[in-house]
Design a protein around this ligand. Structure first.
Ligand code: FE2
Length: 219
């Protein structure tokens, strides 16, 4: 039975589940087991849009989570919202994991940024050391450097489809996987640059919430 096989994974957790949390833990476990997919809605994306009041598609992208071995699939809508190309929410990793992206269909931009660190070695969310935009298309592979924030942008006319090898944990959430830290991006209303459509071309606009944004390196 499905629930029995889920429970077999319980001893692999680093920390035992407190009995108080067991119902929620089991609920999440069953959810990930039964429904390994999620969608990023327009409502959720308002946190990181250049124009959060603009209208857009009900769902900006779809995620199917399989983990490092089975892989994860993401499918982005095409088009713009308030002039900005449809994109991922964007996140940093909670550790030095190197994530690989394979572009399966479509074309777009992989936007990456590295935060500066303070004297104590902690990342500063509103100060960026470098920002890179890599043009990608079906057939390309790209490895995200450790600790670099990253998001995909669909600048093409078709669905943008990628595969990646980020991990899925036992009691993970398909919409908010534990390996990803979304909070610094939410706090800054997106990355240091927004990719906008102008006369059929891609242009980049600085996010004024960041300090001293470095020039964008495009490749
Ligand atoms: Fe990632």
């Amino acid at each position: 039975m499905a629930v029995v096989s889920v429970c077999q994974f319980v001893p692999e957790r680093e920390q035992p589940v407190h009995p108080r949390d067991a119902p929620v833990f089991l609920f999440n476990a069953i959810l990930i087991f039964m429904k390994p997919y999620a969608e990023r809605t327009h409502e959720a994306m308002k946190d990181v849009l250049m124009e959060p009041q603009a209208s857009g598609p009900a769902v900006h992208y779809y995620m199917i989570r399989g983990g490092s071995e089975k892989k994860n699939i993401t499918v982005w809508e095409s088009g713009t919202v308030g002039g900005e190309y449809i994109k991922a929410y964007g996140h940093y990793h909670i550790d030095d994991f190197k994530e690989t992206y394979w572009i399966i269909e479509g074309s777009g931009i992989l936007l990456m940024q590295m935060r500066k660190k303070d004297a104590a070695g902690h990342f500063i969310d509103n100060e960026i050391e470098w920002v890179k935009a890599v043009n990608v298309k079906a057939g390309d592979t790209y490895v995200i450097p450790p600790f670099a924030g990253h998001l995909m942008i669909n600048t093409g006319p078709t669905w943008l489809v990628t595969s990646d090898d980020s991990p899925v944990y036992f009691d993970d959430s398909p919409a908010n996987p534990k390996h990803a830290d979304y909070a610094p991006v939410k706090k800054m209303n997106g990355f240091a640059y927004y990719a906008i459509e102008k006369d059929g071309n891609v242009e980049f606009v600085k996010n004024p919430r960041y300090q001293n944004i470095p020039e964008l390196v495009v490749s």
